[in-house]
Design a protein around this ligand. Structure first.
Ligand code: ADP
Ligand code: ADP
Ligand code: MG
Length: 641
């Protein structure tokens, strides 16, 4: 076993790897960017080395600096986590050339799976079923259109170098083919520098089921499947293991195919073989096809750990340090059922836009495994994946595990950023999901129902008002006393209420919907004569009430109120964190309402920012190439002289 390793990553995965290292007595070296100086992973490590700027290209993608840090600290091996350099074969070669161990597969194995077309051809030769389609070298539009015709519509065009759902187009009929091809090719060229595509049969009502494999370079075993069908825009939201409705026959067919795939490339370490499954007629052993292989540890690996009892990072370290496979296939078994939910700082109703913010309050319940890279007080910065935490639960049956997931999410307390928490809770209560009827279209189909916010609970709002008035903590400020003003109006963004102190510990809060009597008695809150178990938390952004329902009241921002005028905003701000792609105007230029001022790239899409009124550009406050936060001022207009 190694004495010391370097973890070339950040966030929850860096922390998760360090936890296993601690247990095995392996010392850890963290690396960090300027934006992450105070990050949790830096504090957890035994040593830490700064890499440079916040942009990944200046820090976490600098293979040379990472290798130097490993040499300088005496680390013997590098764990890449996921993302960043984890699937970069040139980095693997550089690590090995420096006399260090890369904790993962060989550069050759990564290359073999790097391009989807070559990987599909390789898998076909190894006897692994692949999605029917065309993955040849002839990229002429005529040939591709002819192949689409032969495959039969609907078809999916995919960038061979693709990842993260980019460069992918669903085509329903031949009239749409050429246009879709052109846009897929240009997106692929832009994102991956490689315009080549493949065409495959679009599986209707598809399920995403993947198999965890583990190899030692000669042999491989599988650790069963995960179902990752709950996706939005091809990104996983809730994952589970085992897959609902899986039969023993199909499980062994998929497991054997995945092991064949891994052994065909002499795979070493943890990997995932992703299959697309036809979910329209139940799970059948002839209804699954290879999609791609991810040659790294996957975000959702903890659900596999929960049902098998295996620590996959421990296995990675043992095999990378020269041991052979830690278990035989027949020794690996499934116990119970597990779910993972990905908690993100994101605005779900606005289309899953990533968000930033300082986590004014963060608390997780007992009874769930929490993987996180942040603590209360930390910032979710615009530079990286806005994940806050993964919430993982395990139970004896699927139904029990799903109820514990719901309970764990309901008891998760986050304030200071918008999150997808309500959406995750709504998913755990979705009837079809509860019955195990999952497919990759579920979220998009039922999005409206999943977003329907229940009307805010008046009792919780009344407690929030007590918090905004600063009377919520009897120990710190005496709570509700007659020393307070007896009657006042409390306002927050989107509402206001009248607060009247009735006596010590007693107040009346009158909302638009009516009055509520609030009392602090016997060490707890009572609303309208009934005990109301709730925690009122005050933070920079306002007040949050965590109880039967979660409620946030956002303080009014005095500057914002003063800044808005009837004729439209003078200041154009970034509506979300992102990369400023272009600025179309210069100072002194006249613009009309509706003119494009700038283009912001966020969530893999480009958004045009337009003038909200006529005016003259007074100041341009950001430049193309800048990574900006939500609310960052970009362009200021002034009235035409
Ligand atoms: P897959 O490649 O099948 O999507 P994962 O879900 O493990 O597998 O994620 C792949 C990569 O995409 C990871 O490196 C992760 O950092 C990144 N990723 C996943 N979800 C998001 C997200 N919501 N926003 C940004 N990056 C993400
Ligand atoms: P990426 O590299 O972007 O992860 P994948 O090939 O893994 O690309 O596909 C991403 C997602 O797209 C899958 O999880 C699935 O939801 C959907 N998908 C991929 N191939 C097909 C197909 N042939 N039919 C239907 N859906 C598909
Ligand atoms: Mg994929």
């Amino acid at each position: 076993m190694f004495d010391k390793i370097l973890i070339a990553n950040r966030g929850e995965i860096a922390c998760r790897v360090m936890n296993t290292c601690r247990r095995l007595g392996v010392a850890t070296v963290a690396v960090f960017s300027d934006a992450d100086r105070e990050a949790r992973h830096v504090f957890m490590a035994d040593e830490a080395v700064g890499l440079g700027g916040a942009a990944p290209a200046e820090s976490y993608l600098r293979g040379d600096a990472i290798i130097s840090a490993a040499k300088a600290t005496g680390a013997q091996a590098i764990h890449p986590g996921y993302g960043f350099l984890s699937e970069n074969p040139d980095f693997v070669e550089a690590v090995e050339a420096a006399g260090l161990v890369f904790i993962g597969p060989s550069a050759r194995a990564i290359r073999a799976m790097g391009l989807k077309d070559a990987a599909k051809a390789l898998m076909e030769r190894a006897g692994v079923p692949v999605v029917p389609g065309y993955h040849g070298a002839d990229q002429s539009p005529d040939r591709l259109a002819g192949e689409a015709e032969r495959i039969g519509y609907p078809v999916l065009i995919k960038a061979v170098a693709g990842g993260g759902g980019k460069g992918m187009r669903l085509v329903e009929n031949p009239q749409r083919f050429l246009q879709a091809l052109e846009s897929a090719r240009s997106e692929a060229q832009g994102a991956f520098g490689n315009p080549d595509v493949l065409v495959e049969k679009y599986v209707v009502q598809p399920r995403h089921i993947e198999v965890q494999v583990f190899g030692d370079g000669r042999h491989a075993v599988h650790l069963f499947e995960r179902d990752c069908s709950l996706q939005r825009r091809h990104q996983k939201v809730i994952e589970e293991a085992p897959a609902p409705g899986m039969t023993a026959e199909m499980r062994s067919a998929m497991g054997e195919a995945a092991v064949r795939a891994a052994e065909a490339i002499g795979y070493s370490g943890a990997g995932t073989v992703e299959f697309i499954v036809d979910g329209s007629r139940g799970l059948r052993p002839d209804g699954f096809w290879f999609m791609e292989m991810n040659t790294r540890l996957q975000v959702e690996h903890p659900v596999t750990e929960a049902i098998t009892g295996v620590d996959l990072v421990e296995w990675q370290l043992r095999v990378a340090s020269g041991e052979s496979l830690p278990a035989r296939q027949e020794d690996i078994t499934i116990t119970g059922h597990a779910f993972e939910a990905r908690l993100y700082a994101e605005d779900v109703p606005a289309g899953f836009l990533p968000a930033t913010g300082t986590l004014a309050h963060l608390d997780f319940p007992d009874g769930a495994r929490i993987e996180t890279g942040v603590r209360a007080g930390d910032r979710i910065s615009p530079w990286y994946d806005p994940m806050i935490a993964k919430v993982i639960v395990h139970g004896p049956t699927r139904a029990i595990a799903l109820r514990s997931l719901e309970r764990a999410l309901r008891r998760t307390e986050v304030a200071g950023s918008v999150t997808n928490l309500d959406f995750l809770v709504a998913l755990t209560r979705h009837e079809g999901f509860g019955r195990g009827e999952v497919d990759t279209g579920l979220i998009a189909r039922d999005l409206q129902a999943l977003l329907t916010a229940s009307a805010p609970d008046g009792a919780a709002v009344a407690l929030g008002v007590i918090g905004l008035a600063g009377l919520h903590d009897p120990r710190l400020r005496g709570g509700i006393t007659l020393w307070q003003p007896l009657r006042r109006t409390i306002a927050w963004q989107g509402g206001s209420a009248v607060l009247e102190v009735l006596g010590p510990g007693e107040a009346r809060v009158t909302l638009e919907t009516g009055p509520h009597e609030v009392r602090w008695q016997g060490g707890r809150w009572w609303v309208d004569g009934r005990p109301y178990p709730a925690r009122i938390v005050e933070h920079d952004a306002g007040v949050s009430v965590f109880g039967a329902a979660t409620l946030h009241l956002v303080s009014q921002d005095p500057l914002e109120r003063a800044g808005s005028d009837a004729g439209g905003e003078a200041l154009t701000r970034a509506p979300m964190p992102g990369l400023l792609r272009a600025v179309d105007v210069v100072a002194g230029q006249s613009v009309q309402a509706g003119d494009r001022l700038a283009v912001l790239e966020a969530m893999k899409m480009e958004h045009s920012l337009t003038a909200s009124r006529d005016g003259v550009v007074a100041e341009v406050l950001a430049s193309p190439g800048d990574q900006v936060e939500a609310g960052a001022p970009l362009i200021r207009l002034e009235d035409v002289a």
